[in-house]
Write a new protein. Structure first.
Length: 575
């Protein structure tokens, strides 16, 4: 009797571990599949193991991902040691930092969809039983998570880690320092030699951009979501801790197979609320709004812009991190990483402690023995002394953003701005106006036709916003757009304005000299033009032809939703 029970248990465990790959390699008629796998290193015994795909975003095109190949090897080693069979495959990455301010940046958000589609395609075709996905640059992370949600097989995400800061004239610098230096140089306040020296030392090696920019923001959001191991988001790219994280992730997927835990068991509505809470506490990137909406859609979770407002009213900003703050991500790593902050939020009742995670335990169980930050550190503030008492991510509505826009208001810029519109139909035209000194104090810069469809691709406006800061206009000029912002952007900015100008959104009706008011307190973005005049302008508005008629950008424009829905291409909610 005991033997029979044992056999049933073993068979049940086998079905858990080989739910998908068993269909591929069992039975005599699958001999051709086994023959192909022998050629890539399988031995006879490997066909009795679960097959774990290791999705690597390694590439030489960006320092964010140049080391990911070594982490993928470590993850595969962890998979093998745990008793499963790893298979490494690659997907793409692009570099926002390199392409920013050019037409190439149109492909950035598109790459999120390509990454998601390619991981789903390979895993779906090869019938992997589980997955480890590794990402470093901004769009890798949401792209990986979208794919893992669609596939819903035991999975884990590994972040490539943050870069260390560069050093220029005895101060820490990073890629945003270089962007802002372009504006300083244009204003005649930096020499050619200093600019050349800065660009050579700002990026000292591998890892993602060093502030609480989009990569570090999304890594922390994914950990809070429960899809990464504790502190995976807060480790230096080149470190023993990061290699161990990848190794442990490989073993963790094998355990998830044992437990039968899948991504949709983890990525619940409450888990997304945890992710939003952590993003706010860290003062994270506006891109997190777009990406979390998209991941939630893939997971079948109803998440809206208003969820960010609801949670933002009770969660303070606690992290003094760049771009608005003082410190880089490696400083957070140095004091203990993300888990002590999550413990603070949990103890304050701001996190759902009962959410399941990839450890097989709950958030509360993961944080039970986490020690607090060391005394005297000021990277993370206490609740009695927050950087900002409520969220810096402010969702605005109004006659300029009927479906919403997302502002990043740190509090240092003030909470309202009113000025005359300076209208531009592209990022390039805007940048030239800023660098040539044509933008003046009190202007509200309007950059339109840069939305998901109109761009296409919803470029990030880091070059213009950095030029504004570099010219010393950060507190004197506002900028609104249907495009996006880099996590490195700071200043009085509103993006993701929906509907976009290309679809006839109100942004298309703005004229030079119109008064625009932005109020973070009332959450209103208002074009101060009479309704009759706006109706007259709308009647005269002519539709714009597509920017691209073929290729990936054309396909993207045909399928992408508006920003308030996450700029998704999978099951477009707008038809």
């Amino acid at each position: 009797m005991k033997s029979s029970t044992s056999k049933k248990s073993a068979k049940s465990r086998l079905s858990l571990h080989r739910h998908w790959s068993g269909l591929l390699v069992e039975a005599p008629e699958r001999a051709q599949s086994r023959a192909m796998l022998h050629a890539v290193g399988f031995e006879r015994g490997d066909f009795q193991k679960s097959q774990i795909g290791v999705a690597s975003t390694w590439s030489q095109v960006t320092p964010c991902n140049i080391h990911i190949d070594q982490l993928a090897i470590a993850a595969a080693e962890g998979v093998a040691k745990a008793g499963s069979k790893p298979l490494i495959f690659n997907t793409i990455t692009i570099s926002d930092g390199i392409s920013m301010g050019t037409q190439g940046m149109k492909y950035s958000l598109v790459s999120r969809e390509v990454i998601a589609d390619s991981i789903e395609t390979v895993a779906g075709c090869e019938l992997f039983d589980g997955l480890v996905a590794l990402g470093g640059c901004d769009k890798n992370m949401p792209g990986c998570l979208i794919a893992l949600a669609r596939l819903n097989r035991p999975s884990i995400f590994v972040y490539g880690g943050t870069i260390l800061p560069g050093c220029f004239q005895k101060r820490d610098v990073d890629i945003v320092s270089v962007f802002e230096a372009v504006g300083t140089h244009a204003a005649g306040k930096m020499s050619d030699g200093d600019l050349a020296e800065l660009e050579q030392c700002a990026i000292p090696g591998a890892g993602s951009c060093g502030g609480m920019y989009t990569a570090n923001t999304m890594a922390c959001a994914i950990e809070a979501l429960g899809m990464s191991l504790p502190n995976s988001s807060a480790q230096n790219a080149i470190s023993t801790a990061k290699k161990d994280d990848a190794l442990n992730a490989g073993a963790a997927v094998h355990r998830l197979l044992d437990l039968g835990i899948r991504p949709l068991d983890i990525m619940t509505k409450k888990a997304f609320e945890n992710a939003i809470t952590v993003v706010i506490a860290l003062g994270g990137s506006t891109n997190a709004v777009l990406h979390l909406l998209a991941i939630a859609h893939a997971a079948g979770v109803k998440l809206t812009l208003d969820d960010f407002t609801r949670i933002g009213k009770r969660v303070p900003v606690l992290a003094d991190l760049k771009p608005s703050g003082k410190y880089v991500m490696s400083a957070l790593v140095g004091i203990g990483g993300l888990t002590p902050l999550m413990k603070m939020l949990l103890d304050k009742g701001l996190l759902h402690g009962d959410c399941l995670t990839v450890t097989g335990q709950t958030v509360a169980e993961n944080l039970r023995h986490v020690k607090p930050y060391p005394p005297g550190q000021d990277v993370i503030h206490g609740f009695d002394n927050p950087i900002k008492p409520t969220s810096h991510l402010v969702v605005l509505y109004g006659n300029l953003a009927p479906l919403g826009g997302v502002a990043k208001i740190s509090g240092k810029e003030g909470e309202s701005f009113r000025g005359r519109a300076r209208v531009f139909d592209s990022e390039e035209a805007t940048l030239q106006a800023i660098l040539s000194g044509k933008i003046k104090k009190g202007d509200v810069i309007v950059i339109r036709y840069e939305g998901p469809k109109g761009g296409p691709g919803m470029r990030e406006m880091l070059a213009p916003t950095s030029a504004i800061m570099g010219r010393g206009l950060g507190k004197d000029v506002a900028l609104i757009t249907d495009g996006r912002f880099s996590g490195g952007t700071h200043g009085f900015v509103v993006g993701h304005i929906s509907p976009e100008a290309h679809l006839g959104g109100p942004l298309a009706l703005v004229k030079n000299g119109d008064m625009i008011s932005i109020d973070a307190r009332t959450r209103l973005l208002t074009l101060e033009v009479p309704a009759k005049e706006l109706a007259k302008r709308r009647k005269a508005l002519k539709p714009r032809p597509p920017v691209k008629k073929r290729g990936v950008l054309a396909k993207y424009a045909d399928h992408v939703s508006q920003a308030h829905l996450g700029a998704i291409t999978d099951g477009n909610l707008e038809g």
